[in-house]
Design a protein around this ligand. Structure first.
Ligand code: ADP
Ligand code: G6P
Length: 498
């Protein structure tokens, strides 16, 4: 078994085993923000990615993807049902997103979660060379850091949660809350999207496990586990380069024509998930149509909603409700050849997405709760002419960074309508000023800056950053400057371990 000095562990591999329309097997990019963020980061790095390939049954052997070794972990049909669809996506996912849908609890799901986490830990232990850095991702694998530390105490282990970490009053509902916290504390560094999440985690650890904890450090046995906020990002330069390509610009012009040359195009791009606020957005749009604030020939809404977790009941119900509402709105407000909403459920390649971003005068990203939301960042990166209005939910992690967006509370229907109206009617000067500031932020805070800050904190000495390839990164990629421990860190460490 070949071993690596850098191992990334995520439930999903960057490619997914899916069925082509003719029934044949094909590989395509996996859905979701985690893969969008990490895939460009690892490209051409001598690393191994441990993950699941999207099907059930024996693990397929995959070729390297962009120079990264793929190590597949198999999920049986039962694991898929009880671990992936069950504990991960019907217990943890809704609970971590403000319980906007009711989290479900079944003992069988917890057993599957433990079993699958153990399998991931064992697979990782096999492919990690002595002293390797292992970076475990997301809520599907919260037990892996602890299990891996038992199997391989020589490893440097990081854990990063891509989704929100809930406040104590919600997390306390989990029957196995202590085990989940202990699992995460197997890591040397536990990273979150936002400082509030790190604070929630520290409070819970102090309350449930009775360990000394600050928002930066936790004392566990004879170790100190560091915690912190590391807002994930995108490959800003890559998206900007894609959006600047002449063929993408031409495609955007064509799309506008195909949409009937409206004065304004509103775009939303979501995984079809109840956290994304799609229904609330449709309602706001439909009320604006009803009052005549928005007119069909003038303005169109393009809603891309890629089906996700399709066998989970809450997702099936959501899809039915969205499709009924799109049908109702088009029936009521559309004209022949001029629908009010262009509704698309297909996967698009990156160039097509970039063209869609370029065509959108207003991008509506209004989740009820979102760990980050990379679609918002992709849109900003693609607006290479410094135009385009971003309507953004206060409840997306992105809002903490892109504060120049038109911010809205998606739970407030009137506020949502007002925000949409404001974005549609904003002056070009206002739009440009805001977009310029947001683009400048993302140029600095891209996916490589994220990885560097995380790996530096994991390492405290700085040498780990060099394990990322510098071959296709920006000019800063080779930076190796260690982050010195601040006096506040030292004091917190003493407090946590004392
Ligand atoms: P989440 O991780 O919850 O899905 P994000 O907004 O963080 O939400 O990430 C979604 C990612 O999936 C983005 O990179 C986006 O470009 C991609 N994506 C969304 N819809 C599609 C689609 N229809 N085709 C291809 N990629 C998509
Ligand atoms: C979110 C999660 C990821 C997940 C993605 C797609 O981004 O944080 O871990 O991979 O959604 O969801 P899926 O269930 O298709 O993996």
């Amino acid at each position: 078994m070949r071993q690596s000095s850098l191992v990334l562990v995520a439930n999903r591999l960057p490619i997914d085993d899916s069925q082509a329309p003719d029934g044949a097997c094909e590989w395509r990019r996996s859905p979701g923000g985690l893969v969008s963020a990490l895939h460009p980061l690892l490209r051409h790095t001598p690393a191994t990615w441990v993950g699941w390939a999207g099907g059930t049954g024996p693990a397929p052997t995959l070729p390297d993807v962009d120079g990264v070794r793929m190590h597949t972990v198999a999920l049986s049909a039962e694991d898929f049902r009880d671990h992936y669809e069950g504990f991960a996506n019907a217990t943890l996912w809704p609970l971590y997103h403000d319980a906007v849908e009711q989290p479900q609890h079944h003992r069988r799901w917890w057993e599957a979660y433990q079993r699958v986490n153990q399998r991931f830990a064992e697979a990782t232990a096999q492919v990690a060379e002595p002293g390797a850095v292992v970076w475990v991702q997301d809520y599907h694998l919260q037990l892996v850091p602890g299990l891996l530390r038992t199997l391989r105490p020589d490893l440097r282990i990081g854990f990063f949660l891509h989704v929100p970490f809930p406040p104590p009053e919600l997390f306390m509902q989990l029957p196995r809350r202590a085990e989940l916290l202990r699992g995460m504390l197997g890591a040397d560094l536990v990273g979150f999207q936002r400082a509030q999440a790190a604070h929630n985690f520290a409070q819970l650890v102090a309350k449930v496990l009775e360990l000394p904890a600050t928002d930066r450090r936790i004392g566990v046995d004879d170790r100190v586990v560091r915690i912190g906020a590391f807002p994930v990002s995108i490959d800003t330069a890559e998206m900007a380069a894609l959006a600047s390509r002449p063929d993408v610009a031409a495609r955007a012009r064509r799309l506008r024509q195909d949409l009937g040359d409206p004065r304004q195009v509103i775009l939303s791009v979501d995984r079809m998930d109840y956290t994304k606020g799609i229904e609330q957005r449709l309602k706001a749009y439909s009320e604006l149509l009803a009052t005549g604030d928005v007119k069909v020939r003038d303005t169109v809404l393009v809603q891309v909603a890629m089906p996700s977790r399709e066998r989970v009941g809450q997702y099936q119900i959501l899809r039915e409700r969205i499709e009924r509402e799109v049908g109702r709105i088009n029936g009521e407000f559309g004209r022949v050849g001029e629908p009010a909403i262009h509704y698309l459920t297909q996967p698009f390649d990156r160039a097509e997405l970039a063209a869609l971003y370029r065509v959108a005068d207003v991008m509506a990203v209004t989740p009820l709760r979102d760990g980050m939301n990379l679609v918002a960042k992709e849109y900003v990166a693609a607006r290479v002419d410094d135009d385009g209005a971003l309507l953004l939910s206060e409840f997306a992690g992105t809002a903490a960074e892109l504060s120049q967006a038109y911010l809205v509370n998606p739970h407030d229907l009137e506020g949502l309508k007002q925000g949409l109206r404001a974005a549609l009617r904003a002056s070009p000067e206002d739009v440009t000023q805001r977009m310029r500031a947001m683009r400048a932020h993302l140029q600095q805070h891209d996916i490589r800056a994220w990885a560097r800050s995380y790996l530096r904190a994991l390492d405290e000495g700085g040498a780990l950053v060099s394990r990322l390839s510098s071959t296709d990164g920006g000019p800063e990629d080779g930076a190796r400057v260690p982050r010195p421990a601040s006096p506040a860190d030292t004091a917190a460490a003493q407090q946590a371990s004392g």
